[in-house]
Structure formats: C-alpha cells, structure tokens
Design a binder for this molecule. Structure first.
Ligand code: TRP
Ligand code: SF4
Length: 327
C-alpha cells in the first residue's frame, strides 16, 4: 500500500504523538511505500500571525521524525510547501467544493470557538480540509494513518475525490483512513493530552523533566495511604507502563504490589521513569546527533522533496488532462 501522513510544525512531538502515531508510522514502513511530511502550509491556517519560528519548527519536526525511527531509506520525508502541486490541486478542488460542505465539518465550528482569539474566520481556515485532501490525493495514497479527530477530513477527502472522478473521469484514487491500533494516552493530569493544559511530555524532555512530570501524577484515588490497596487499571500511571513497555515481570510485580498494597506509588513511578528513559534514550541520542548534523537533515529533506515532487507531478498531469488544462 502507499501510505501518507503528516503533522503540523507547531512544536515538539510529545509522547502521545510517539505512541499514538509515530510508532505506528515506523511499523508501516515495512512492506509499504510510505510518505511522511511536515504540513507547514497547514500551520498557517491557524498560525499565520506569527511565522517567525516556522522554518525552525519544520526542521525540528523532521529531526524528531528521524529520531523516532522514520528511516529516509524506507520513507519519503518531505516538506509540504516545497511541493507546489499541493497548492495547484487545492485550487482545482476548491472549484468543486460546496461552501456548505466545509461549514458542516464538525471540527470547523468547534475550532472557530476554541481558537476564537486567533481571528481565523478566513478563507484559508475554512478551506483547510481541501488542502488536506490535496495532500493525500496528489500521492495516490491508499491509506492515511490519522487520529480520530481527522475522521471527518478523511471522509471529505474521499467525497471530493469521488466528485472529481464523476465529473471528469476516473483520475484520483480513493484513500482509506487507518486508525492507530493503540488506545490514546491521557495527559499526566488524567485529562485529554493537550499543550494548552500543560500535561504533555515532549519526546525531547531530559530525565529531570521526566521525573518532574511523572512524580506528581495522580494515581488510583483509592490509594490514599501506602497500605490502601489499589486497582492499576484505574490508574493513569499503569496505562503509561503499558504504553512504555515495562517488562512483563515488572508489570506483574506492580500489579500484585498495587492490589495488595505491598508497593507504594513512588516506587511504581520510579519504575515507569526507567521504562520511559529506556524507550526515549535512543531517541534523545538521535536528536542530539541530528542537531549537530543539520546539513544531513537538510540533505534528507531535499532528497525527499525531489521524490515527492516526481510523484506529485505524475498525478497533476493526470488531473490537468482530465479537466482539460493543456497549456
Ligand atoms: N490535518 C493534520 C493535523 O492537523 C495534518 C495533515 C495535513 C495531514 N495534511 C494531512 C495528515 C494529510 C494526514 C494526511 O494534524
Ligand atoms: Fe497507580 Fe502504581 Fe500507585 Fe497502583 S501503585 S495506584 S498502578 S501508581
């Protein structure tokens, strides 16, 4: 299958992105043709006022993709704005997109409300799903790994591709959403993980930052005292253990210790920090490496952009032919 996904360069990746998306992308690299990109034009749809760090954040995101295991030998890693075909397809698809259809996408009104301080009653923000459809359709993607919040956008992508095909003949491939096989990790305070709540752990955090975030985590409220038994399944720390692959024998030790009150939450959290450091340690090393070798990162981006351009141009030739744009 050809698989494509991307993220906006709005800040460092956090552990939710890692276990909920990147780990899955890394697996999908085996046996598929994978395309992963930085959606920098998308960042402008909500963040157009301050673009001062856009290039820097784009590079950081590529570094974090690479460090999390996206392999430039296996995947095409590229930057959206370098591939002008996305904008051309966006323009063409916008001709056949009814305004009402965009206004009805549930995340549209929701975000207008949530981001009411940003002045995003703009054409670009309303049209964002058309741009996303272009990102996907221009690479003939079969599958798009996305979070549940992107379901509506994928559905819109399929619809608009079908409409194009019915108007101008079979031209665009109809993609499928691929949902991540792992459950969502909650923030350290037990609420939805979100930068605005300050409950996220970035993948580039160091050991001290890990400790500062993990030690105060709320646990099963039944465990008021050290001698009160608890239920690991009711505890966010336990779910973190599962997400960070704490080894089986330690999991058994914690499960029994928690339910029989033979271990305390502090010990349990120390084991978690160890598991997290085991998983993140190699990522930290790679981040440090790529930060010290930015030329290498730029080469990877340039190389990926070239490959993406070729593939995008093939689709655009078909699209232009279908719609009778021949000059
Ligand atoms: N909309 C996604 C987000 O905000 C990013 C994105 C843009 C994307 N284009 C895409 C994801 C195409 C998958 C496929 O996180
Ligand atoms: Fe949670 Fe661990 Fe405490 Fe049990 S021992 S309540 S799993 S932190």
């Amino acid at each position: 299958m050809r698989i494509l996904s991307g993220m906006r360069p709005t800040g460092h990746l956090h552990i939710g992105n890692l276990v909920g998306a990147l780990d899955n992308w890394v697996k999908l690299q085996e046996g598929n043709e994978t395309y992963f990109f930085v959606a920098d034009w998308h960042m402008l749809t909500t963040g157009y006022k301050d673009t001062s760090t856009l290039s820097q954040m784009t590079k950081v995101l590529v570094i974090e993709y690479l460090s999390a295991g996206i392999d430039p030998q296996k995947s095409v890693i590229f930057v959206q704005s370098a591939i002008k075909g996305h904008a051309e397809l966006f323009l063409i698809l916008s001709m056949i997109t009814p305004l009402g259809r965009l206004e009805r996408i549930p995340t549209y009104k929701e975000q207008l409300r949530e981001l009411s301080d940003r002045e995003i009653t703009t054409f670009g923000f309303l049209g964002y799903p058309v741009l996303m459809a272009s990102d996907i359709l221009i690479y003939d993607a079969d599958g798009v790994p996305v979070g549940e919040d992107q379901t509506y956008h994928l559905e819109f992508t399929r619809e608009i591709a079908e409409k194009f095909n019915s108007l101008y003949g079979e031209t665009l491939k109809i993609p499928k959403a691929l949902f991540s096989p792992v459950p969502k990790l909650l923030g350290t305070d037990g609420r939805k993980m979100s930068k605005s709540y300050g409950n996220v752990i970035n993948i580039d955090s160091n050991l001290k930052e890990l400790k500062d975030k993990i030690m105060p985590m709320p646990t099963d409220p039944a465990r008021i005292h050290r001698y009160d038994p608890g239920t690991p399944e009711k505890c966010n720390v336990w779910h973190y253990h599962l997400a960070f692959n704490t080894p089986k024998e330690k999991l058994d030790y914690i499960h029994e210790g928690c339910t029989k009150a033979t271990i305390g939450c502090i010990e349990c959290k120390k084991i978690l920090i160890e598991s997290m450091a085991n998983k993140l340690g190699p990522i930290w090393e790679k981040i440090a490496y790529y930060k010290a070798h930015e030329n290498e990162v730029e080469e990877i981006i340039n190389d990926g952009n070239e490959k993406a351009k070729k593939s995008a141009e093939e689709t655009m030739k078909r699209v232009r032919r279908a719609i009778n744009l021949s000059f």
